[in-house]
Design a protein around this ligand. Structure first.
Ligand code: ZN
Length: 345
């Protein structure tokens, strides 16, 4: 089956790739329609690995996908052939201790698409557990459905923050994950979100998403002073650190109000330090997230109802035949692009 294969660092090919997938009784086979290009896919392409995950043999990329069910296993009751779906790409061991405790996303045995040695979904079809496959309402497009995976990160972050109606949030970093986190914080009840970055193009896109988003370029001004000025010196109830940048991550408590919460979302490349004293005087609650759990149906619901509009984040589409080129473009981090997607025939 013709697939987008990362042969090794900086070498992609669209070629026939033998992959044997048996349809288990609780699985479905899905014809893939749309796949979003994620920063992690691009990082595997440009660096050949992320942290402990190293690409040692050819691997199919892609993990943000939607499609149509083409075959169902004997015990599947919730899906049928022809259903339009999106898929949660991380499959845990359902009997593991972490899964039984409800934390299946941090099950050490989780198998996640396009994380070595597990193949991704940039190929015509995949076999996937029905329990991790979610039916789409008619008014959710395949393109929007392929945004559910990144959106799930933002919704999981807002869930961890335990946002209350009227909270004010700061989102550090206006990349795709920062933007979905800002939208998720608003959908969770935030009255207002400050969004910071050093890139005006990204901030302009952020500002265009909602009147409740106020952008600050941290390369040009003092975000903490500005936020304190605009909140009568109180600060924000929630800080979402989505930049992964050591300096930004080290300053997470500066604009945090007493009793506020910090959620670390962006993955740091190197270990970094934060000021524990600043956390203590605020009795700050500090949370970390790893991907998401239990939020895919919520994300589908938020898109279907219009509570979250992901369409402005989908900025460019490529045909499957052009997917090598799509990654070459993505690797240049083109300005003004948020989410690029690949459509299969
Ligand atoms: Zn992703």
């Amino acid at each position: 089956m013709k697939s987008l294969v990362l042969e090794e660092k900086l070498k992609l090919s669209l070629r026939d790739f033998p992959i044997e997938e048996a349809l288990g009784p609780r699985d479905v086979r899905i014809g893939i329609h749309t796949v979003g290009i994620c920063g992690s896919d691009v990082h595997y392409y440009t660096h050949g690995g992320i942290g402990q995950f190293i690409v040692r043999e050819p691997m199919i990329l892609g993990h943000e996908a939607s499609g149509t069910v083409t075959e169902v296993g004997a015990q599947v009751t919730n899906l049928k052939v022809g259903d339009r779906v999106c898929m949660e790409p991380g499959i845990p061991d359902p009997n593991s201790r972490a899964s039984r405790l409800g934390m299946y996303n941090i099950d050490p045995a989780v198998r996640f698409w396009a994380t070595p040695p597990v193949h991704g979904c940039l190929r015509p079809s995949v076999v996937h557990p029905a329990d991790f496959t979610f039916k789409l309402p008619d008014n959710v497009s395949f393109a929007e459905a392929a945004m559910v995976e990144p959106l799930a990160v933002g919704v999981h972050a807002a869930t961890k923050a335990r946002v209350k109606p009227g909270d004010v949030a700061l989102v550090q970093g206006a990349g795709p994950i920062g933007l979905v986190t800002a939208l998720s914080a608003l959908a969770a009840g935030c009255a207002r979100v400050f969004l910071t970055d050093v890139d005006d193009t990204k901030l302009e896109i952020g500002a265009s998403l909602s009147k409740a988003i106020t952008t600050i370029n941290v390369g040009k001004g003092d975000a903490t002073a500005e936020i304190l000025r605009q909140t009568e010196g109180w600060g924000v109830e929630c800080v979402f650190e989505c930049s992964g940048h050591p300096r930004a991550a080290g300053q997470v408590f500066d604009a945090l109000c007493p009793g506020g919460v910090v959620v670390f979302v962006g993955i740091p490349v190197e270990p970094f330090h934060y000021d524990l004293g600043k956390a203590m005087v605020r009795e700050a609650r500090v949370e970390q997230i790893f991907r998401y759990a239990h939020v895919f149906p919520r994300c589908v619901g938020l898109i279907a109802s219009g509570a979250i509009d992901v369409k402005p984040l989908i900025t460019r589409k490529f045909a499957f035949e052009d997917s090598v080129h799509a990654f070459e473009v993505a690797a240049t981090a083109p300005k003004g692009q948020v989410k690029m997607q690949i459509e299969l025939p």
